[in-house]
Design a binder for this molecule. Structure first.
Ligand code: DOR
Length: 438
């Protein structure tokens, strides 16, 4: 069989930002055979497709450590195909799928299934995290070794934290044997109670049960004691409180192998948003206070935050229309995450494009040990081309995602993904203001 080759593409005059290689310059890129083959000024090659990137940012494709594509089991909310289409529309060339599907991804065959569906979708590159415990029930360890062999890039019971410290200790010891990461949804159920929003005055006024920040911080603190003992690589998912920032900061100062991620919603929204009982703002961990938002932004500024993730969590409208207490937690956002990060981090002077792209590319890649996230000659041509100043309004009805539970409907934002290339192939191209994928 003839060797497959990708189309030759020349990207001209873009501002190439490659934070890993400390590059920020206007130049041309030639892509051939799935890779970047030349980076130089004034490249010309008549036999290729040319993309004029004048005034645009050209960067390594974005990597999201935290998505819920709901397959297997909840395909009416999202499929790997629809989630993948949403991902490339958001500029993401790689995503990591969470295992809280139905049934959960707690076996090698399930990991293989998700990979296979990702290959079939042929949009973004799909990575998988397997469950830490069988059935995500928090007790007996899942077949982590076999899932690692099948290509799982880490383990998490996301949606739930592992409550049992002994189980977590065993998981950390086990995972150290193959140097993958344990990714934890930090939530101690005995402290979270049945909280549906941040605990405090606001929850009392609204008559809703509150979830104490301590529920997150206590499990994070406990896990870090286990990391001290095991030296396992540990990643704290969607941290949301000032207290969590302090704990992570101290762990890093002690040189522990601890990383963390934050989401757009915890960087932009506070518990005030819940005032109208709009369930699109119901998320776990819950939206916190302005003080927490500021602590998270400061953590980004100080380099404490390793990765910007989305926690893209599709849910049916019929479920989100239930009363606040009964509606499921989560929001979709992978298609508008980039401009939201811009709003939270660049427009506020917290960081510049290069610093922000580092947390969206090579730093998350290192956590899952993917050889990705930079854009030098011979690197795989996973590329996003961004118009940094294009203004647009978020319209959930234009989303490729199957779900519409997005709290940003109607927001005016700045920064638009124009092209997403995966292994040298254009997998998404925005047409005017109507994003259309090929
Ligand atoms: O809000 C959330 N939704 N938080 C999680 O941890 C899980 C996610 C989901 O799966 O819907």
């Amino acid at each position: 069989m003839a060797k497959q080759v990708s189309e030759k593409i020349l990207i001209k005059n873009g501002r190439l930002i490659d934070p890993k290689n400390k590059i920020d310059q206007v130049t041309d890129l030639l892509i051939d055979d799935f890779k970047v083959v030349k980076i130089a000024n004034n490249l010309n090659d008549s036999a290729v497709r040319t993309i004029d990137a004048t005034g645009k940012i050209v960067a390594s494709g974005l990597i999201d450590l935290h998505v819920h594509f709901r397959e297997p089991g909840d395909e009416e909310e999202e499929t790997i195909a629809s989630g993948s289409a949403a991902a490339v529309a958001g500029g993401y060339t790689s995503v990591v799928c969470m295992p809280n599907t139905n049934p959960p991804v707690d076996k090698a065959t399930a990991v293989e299934y998700v990979h296979r569906m990702g290959r079939q979708a042929r949009k973004t590159f799909i990575y998988v995290m397997g469950a830490i415990t069988k059935d995500r029930a928090g007790q007996e360890l899942a077949e982590m070794g076999l899932m690692a062999e099948a290509g799982a890039v880490g383990f998490t019971d996301d949606g739930c934290g592992v409550q049992d410290a002994g189980a977590m200790l065993r998981a950390m010891k086990y995972v150290s044997m193959f140097d993958l990461v344990i990714s934890q949804h930090c939530e101690d159920h005995s402290l979270a109670q049945n909280g549906v929003m941040n605990a405090g005055y606001k929850a009392t006024v609204l008559g809703l049960a509150g979830m104490d920040p301590l529920a997150e911080e206590m499990m994070l603190w406990r896990d870090i004691q286990l990391v001290k003992k095991t030296k396992a690589r540990y990643h704290a998912q969607h941290i949301s409180t000032a207290g969590s920032v302090k704990i992570i900061r101290e762990a890093k100062e002690q040189g522990l192998p601890v990383t963390c991620e934050v989401t757009p919603h915890h960087l932009l929204l506070t518990e005030e948003a819940v005032a109208d009982y709009d369930t699109n703002f119901k998320v776990n961990p819950p939206l916190r206070t302005q003080k927490d938002v500021e602590a998270l932004r400061q953590a980004v500024s100080d380099g404490i935050v390793d990765a910007l993730a989305t926690d893209h969590a599709p849910h049916l409208q019929s479920e989100k229309e239930l009363e606040f207490v009964s509606a499921p937690c989560g929001m979709v956002g992978i298609e508008c995450a980039l401009p939201l990060y811009r709003k939270a981090l660049i427009d506020t002077g917290i960081c510049d494009w290069s610093q922000m792209l580092a947390m969206l590319t090579w730093r998350p890649a290192e956590i899952i040990k993917a050889q990705k996230g930079s854009l030098a000659v011979d690197d795989r041509a996973d590329i996003v081309i961004i118009d940094p100043d294009a203004q647009w309004s978020i319209d959930v009805n234009q989303f490729h995602s199957k779900s519409r539970n997005c709290p940003y409907q109607g927001w005016d934002v700045k920064g638009k993904v124009l092209y997403t290339l995966v292994a040298g192939e254009v997998r998404f191209e925005a047409k005017g203001h109507d994003a259309v994928s090929d």
